[in-house]
Unconditional design. Structure first.
Length: 97
């Protein structure tokens, strides 16, 4: 999946994130690895992360989602942002338990 293609297609971070969520679910269900290509992106918005990765973690749990993802052509700043998002998500869920 090229993330930029979703963002360009929908021209809306929330809708692009929803599309990534819906396209990812069948792949996670069958145990496939999802490769996210970050080519052409400067950053990743919180809205996109919430509607894609956050929603996936709500449904499948953080560990299953993390095991299902691989990233290519990712900048260090993007990797750090996504890693922090997963950490923050885990902390929020821990306080809710």
């Amino acid at each position: 999946m090229t993330i930029k293609d979703y963002i360009v297609k929908f021209n809306d971070y929330a809708k692009a994130g929803d599309a990534v969520f819906f396209d990812s679910c069948p792949l996670i269900d069958t145990g496939e690895t999802i490769v996210f290509d970050m080519t052409g992106l400067d950053g990743v918005s919180t809205v996109f992360l919430n509607t894609s990765f956050g929603h996936l973690m709500d449904v499948y749990g953080i560990e299953r989602v993390k095991k299902s993802f691989k990233f290519t052509n990712i900048l260090r700043t993007q990797a750090e942002r996504i890693k922090k998002y997963f950490q923050d998500y885990a902390e929020v869920k821990a306080t809710q338990a």
